[in-house]
Ligand binder design. Structure first.
Ligand SMILES: [Zn+2]
Length: 378
């Protein structure tokens, strides 16, 4: 058991012997791959026999999966499903990045976690790593308790064969897109809220990228699972399609990935697929190869603001405080006027200003502050 602090989280808060890989300082830089490259033994052949029988994968595809590395960014509703499905499919290495803890309100939709994880308030990355080890001891999962930032993106995503989007915020998606396009790594966008969700594969050099389709992040308040609720099966539906594309890519069948945006509504509507737009010849990312989200200054800076408070300096994001108040009222005490909105989410208190700036009291952990902002402002 190490004693290195991880992003301000003391490891002594976590049960001894749980996962040494929680610590980024202790964790080995190189993977020790458990699978002999290119050769499956009889037990592995048996284990994956039904998948090998499927012509789209076959024995060569299965061997490719064992050699591959998938990175899941955000191990919540979508990401915990990705992690379990990738492990069961035999993807050799799975990196799981998340900054949050398991809470009881996660359990209805976050398929990998159980009541014990919530009772212990385990970091999701750690809990996921532990569950994956039980699901498939032949694959390596490493949980990384971290906020993905321009500073660590290269180290955490640089070796990925595919990146799965399990995030809940556009900051991180635009960072993933810039990094993936700059390095030529495929990634699969996914989002779900309410009963609605969508997914879109980004294959650099072949399909449009996120910025071809949505040049800039959406402005204003966004619906989130915390404010608009979510039906659990929209999560598994979206995550399943993401994993299907990831498996095609990892087993060497990237050509089988269809450049389509799939939208689904499991309550009020059906499934719709539209062709992705063609690549924008003026796209700042995949055409002009400008990657502003990889620069630290592109991110709304976060600073410690007195004792036990963090300020998020978002400035160009006009927020309608009355609209935000209406969304937050069912969730807790809210007070708002034209100048500021104050929302109490014990043990935290968040004050949001009309330009998008916010002060989160009750923590000095910048990751916790960003997470609260993403959950309640969007
Ligand atoms: Zn593009």
């Amino acid at each position: 058991m190490c004693r290195h602090p991880v992003n301000g989280i003391g490891l002594d808060q976590i049960r001894p012997g749980l996962v040494p890989s929680l610590c980024r300082l202790c964790f080995p830089k190189e993977w020790k791959h458990p699978v002999t490259i290119g050769v499956m033994d009889a037990a592995e052949r048996q284990r994956y026999s039904r998948q090998i029988l499927f012509p789209g994968i076959g024995e060569r595809g299965q061997e490719a999966l064992a050699r591959s590395h998938a990175v899941v960014v955000g191990v919540g509703a979508l990401g915990s499903f990705h992690a379990a499905a990738l492990a069961r499919a035999g993807v050799g290495r799975i990196t799981l990045i998340d900054r949050d803890y398991v809470e009881p309100s996660n359990l209805h939709r976050q398929w990998l976690f159980d009541e014990a994880d919530a009772a212990e308030a385990l970091p999701k990355a750690a809990a996921a790593e532990r569950h994956i080890a039980r699901i498939n001891s032949g694959v390596l999962a490493r949980g990384v308790v971290a906020d993905l930032t321009p500073g660590n993106v290269s180290e955490l995503l640089g070796d990925a064969g595919v990146i799965l989007d399990g995030t809940d915020n556009f900051d991180t998606r635009y960072l993933i897109n810039d990094f993936a396009v700059s390095r030529g790594i495929p990634w699969i966008y996914g989002a779900a809220v309410g009963s609605y969700g969508l997914t879109m594969p980004v294959i650099p050099g072949r399909t449009a990228c996120l910025r071809c389709v949505y040049p800039d992040p959406p402005a204003g308040v966004q619906p989130t699972c915390e404010t608009a609720g979510v039906v659990n099966v929209i999560v598994s539906a979206v995550a399943s399609l993401q994993v299907a594309d990831a498996l095609k890519i990892l087993c060497g069948r990237t050509d089988a990935v269809q450049p389509r945006i799939t939208t689904m509504d499991v309550w009020n509507g059906g499934i719709r697929q539209i062709e992705m737009p063609v690549r924008d010849p003026e796209c700042p990312a995949c055409a002009r190869r400008e990657f502003p989200y990889l620069e630290e200054r592109s991110r709304p800076p976060v600073s410690l603001c007195g004792r036990n408070a963090v300020q998020i300096h978002e400035r160009e994001r006009p927020i309608d405080l009355m609209k935000l108040q209406a969304r937050l009222e069912p969730l807790g005490e809210v007070r708002a006027n034209q100048f500021a909105l104050r929302f109490f989410v014990p043990p935290y208190e968040m004050t949001v200003f009309p330009d998008g700036r916010a002060i989160v009291k009750g923590t000095s952990d910048t990751g916790v502050a960003r997470s609260l902002y993403a959950r309640y402002v969007g």
